[in-house]
Design a protein around this ligand. Structure first.
Ligand SMILES: Cc1cc2nc3c(=O)[nH]c(=O)nc-3n(C[C@H](O)[C@H](O)[C@H](O)COP(=O)(O)OP(=O)(O)OC[C@H]3O[C@@H](n4cnc5c(N)ncnc54)[C@H](O)[C@@H]3O)c2cc1C
Length: 485
């Protein structure tokens, strides 16, 4: 293991893709699993917190911390049947290539898939455009090896619930807490198709099993260090086409989404064209027909073979209500991948948008509501920002009603800083009224940890008790997700 304390390097690791800067005491580079035990022992001895880190692309500040930032370097992928075993440092794009050689695929591709690690995806319960049809990372994780602050290395896998209730000390305590509070857990589950807030307790019991790995998925490094993982993959990716619909106003979005629902699209994505124009990157819109005004809706259609794909496309072509939006179809692999690249660039390009000293900031960048409530959320946001006289950008996963919204603010100005916290409170309040969640895929981080208690008024204390069982000294990413009572 290498311990790095060079000032330039510490400055680099004091930032992720969020707005907080926190300089670590040291960066620990773990080359093998045994190094993680050393980090844990050192942290326990010196009472220094640990922040696990993959590529540091997290947005609400969960891969920065003031203690030891731990990066793993070993990159290993092995495939057995339709499952793959891998180390957390593997980059998702590289995993895709390896799986592709075996005619397999793991459908969750965050827009950051060229940079982010599978360890970061598991820890944030990341999602991608195809989550609409194929689910989030949590749906693919089968088994984990973790290094815990008190117990050291452990393999975590699903067990019969009865066995878990009589198992080792920590498993028994967690299983009992979850089983005893099962009704509250289900009652508080957001009515959304995706969620990365709090611990995903409602996924822990199913089919008579206690599925402990699901507790670690989305736990944002607050319980232990993941050193290996086993995930399910899918066989043979289907054939695809991309339908691009141009809408002038967000009012039309839900109508278009509803009309296309019957075609069971694998992705329905929203792209605000003004992001590209404001960032002076309008050339990227030239690949699409129509004006530069309004929004693009990407609808990905799949078929197991040509005949099935053609059938679905014919069904879409016959829809007269959609015809007025002049949808156009991309079928060539090259033009589809160019369109997806443009979609994946949305956040990076949005980062270049400026209005005086103001620029798009995260905080409410990952709101998610039940799919039928998308129109209400959009109306609320438009009124809120019009009343405040603030510009904002929005894009995201329309099919899952998961919107990436960023107001333009100058956080070096105290008034704008205060405004961000007021915007977060009022938007989260609205999202809760709709049965939604403050984060669909990015996680709570340090930025949203203060709101998780209101997200889960009944079960927040239960989450704190679970954290206490695995990490009684709160060494693992303290302040992320949960706040110490
Ligand atoms: C341009 C851009 C686009 C994005 N698009 C998407 C998107 O489409 N969908 C989406 O879901 N997210 C998206 N994100 C957010 C982010 O990229 C994902 O959450 C990603 O999976 C994080 O991976 P990472 O390797 O960067 O992890 P990091 O940011 O380094 O870490 C993420 C979390 O995991 C923990 N962690 C990392 N490794 C371990 C480990 N071995 N053991 C325990 N905990 C660990 C960290 O402590 C932290 O809490 C985007 C971000 C950017 C900047």
């Amino acid at each position: 293991m290498r311990t790095l304390t060079d000032e330039r390097l510490l400055a680099e690791y004091s930032r992720d893709a969020g707005i907080l800067t926190i300089q670590p005491r040291a960066v620990m580079v773990a080359e093998e699993e045994g190094d993680l035990l050393q980090v844990i022992q050192r942290a326990n001895r010196d009472l220094v917190p640990i922040t696990p880190r993959g590529s540091g692309t997290s947005i609400p500040s969960q891969s920065v911390g003031g203690g030891y930032v731990v990066v793993q370097t070993r990159k290993d992928v092995r495939i057995t049947g339709t499952e793959f075993f891998c180390t957390p440092a593997v980059i998702k794009a590289d995993l895709n290539l390896t799986l592709g050689h075996a005619n397999l695929w793991m459908p969750v591709d965050p827009s950051s898939y060229r940079a982010c690690t599978i360890g970061g995806m598991v820890s944030n319960n990341s999602s991608g455009a195809r989550t609409l049809k194929y689910g989030s990372t949590i749906d693919y994780v089968k088994e984990l090896t973790v290094v815990l602050p008190e117990e050291g290395k452990r393999v975590v896998k699903a067990l019969p619930l009865d066995e878990a209730l009589h198992g080792d000390s920590s498993t028994r305590k967690v299983a009992s807490l979850v089983a005893d509070n099962w009704r509250s857990i289900l009652r508080e589950k957001p009515k959304t198709t995706k969620n990365s807030s709090g611990y995903r307790l409602e996924r822990l019991i199913h089919d008579g099993l206690f599925d402990l790995p699901k507790l670690f998925v989305g736990s944002e490094g607050t319980l232990g260090l993941i050193s290996r993982l086993t995930c399910r993959a899918r066989e043979k990716a289907p054939l695809r086409s991309l339908l691009v619909v141009s809408i002038d106003s967000l009012k039309d979005l839900e109508f278009v989404v509803e009309e296309l629902r019957a075609s069971k699209p694998s992705a329905v994505e929203l792209l605000d064209k003004s992001i590209f124009l404001k960032a002076k990157r309008g050339e990227l819109l030239k690949q699409f027909q129509g004006s530069e005004k309004g929004y693009l809706v990407y609808v990905e259609i799949e078929g197991r073979d040509e005949a099935e794909l053609r059938g679905v496309l014919e069904q879409v072509a016959e829809n007269e209500k959609l015809a007025k939006f002049d949808p156009f179809l991309l079928r060539e692999a090259g033009e589809m991948s160019k369109a997806w690249e443009t979609r994946d660039l949305a956040l990076t390009i949005a980062g270049e948008v400026r209005s005086g000293n103001r620029h798009p900031v995260p905080g409410i960048e990952d709101l998610v509501v039940p799919p039928g409530k998308l129109r209400d959320l959009l109306a609320f946001l438009e009124t809120t920002f019009a009343d405040l006289g603030l510009e904002f950008i929005s894009y995201g996963h329309a099919g899952d009603a998961n919107l990436h919204v960023r107001p333009l603010l100058d956080l070096s100005d105290g008034r704008d800083k205060q405004l961000l916290s007021e915007i977060m409170s009022s938007c989260f309040e609205e999202v809760w009224k709709m049965g939604g969640s403050i984060t669909g895929e990015h996680g709570d981080g340090l930025l949203r940890a203060g709101y998780v208690k209101e997200q889960y008024p009944e079960t927040y204390e239960l989450m704190v008790q679970i954290k206490d069982i695995y990490d009684p000294k709160w060494l693992m990413n303290p302040g992320v997700k949960l706040q110490r009572p």
